[in-house]
Design a protein around this ligand. Sequence first.
Ligand code: FES
Length: 158
Amino acid sequence: MPAAGMGALTQGARAPGTCPGEGPAPCAGEVPAACAGEAGGQIPGRLRALCRLEALPDGTSKGFPPAAGGFAGLFAARQGDAVHVYVNSCPHLGVPLDWMPDRFLSADGSRIVCATHGAEFRIADGVCLQGPCHGDALEPVLIHIKDGTVFVSETAGY
Ligand code: FES
């Protein structure tokens, strides 16, 4: 298994349009804050450095506030080498899913759970498997992982 943070992680399995890991680098610098250039790959526009991979261990989740000027926060869930990022908005009522900061997963870590009415979502693609929004899905966010940092579009969650 590739080592975390070495740029060898796979990306979220579904994430339509997820940047292919070997695509053009979206930023030239190794410091995330320096990543202000135009994105390569499939993420248009400017990028936002979301987090370092080591801040998202396997089997955990992490929430992020809305981008400047944005409305919805984001959250990431890690399953093995895959990182999945979604808009933090339940398709049932549009409220945030977490019941505590960074707590988006079921007790066994196998599903994303909405704290309001308990809808359960598959981590890999955000599809609701059980609950009032059964069949709907979370809004996936395209990601690009470079040098151990997860990047998303600056406008993700708008
Ligand atoms: S608001 Fe998420 S299940 Fe109702």
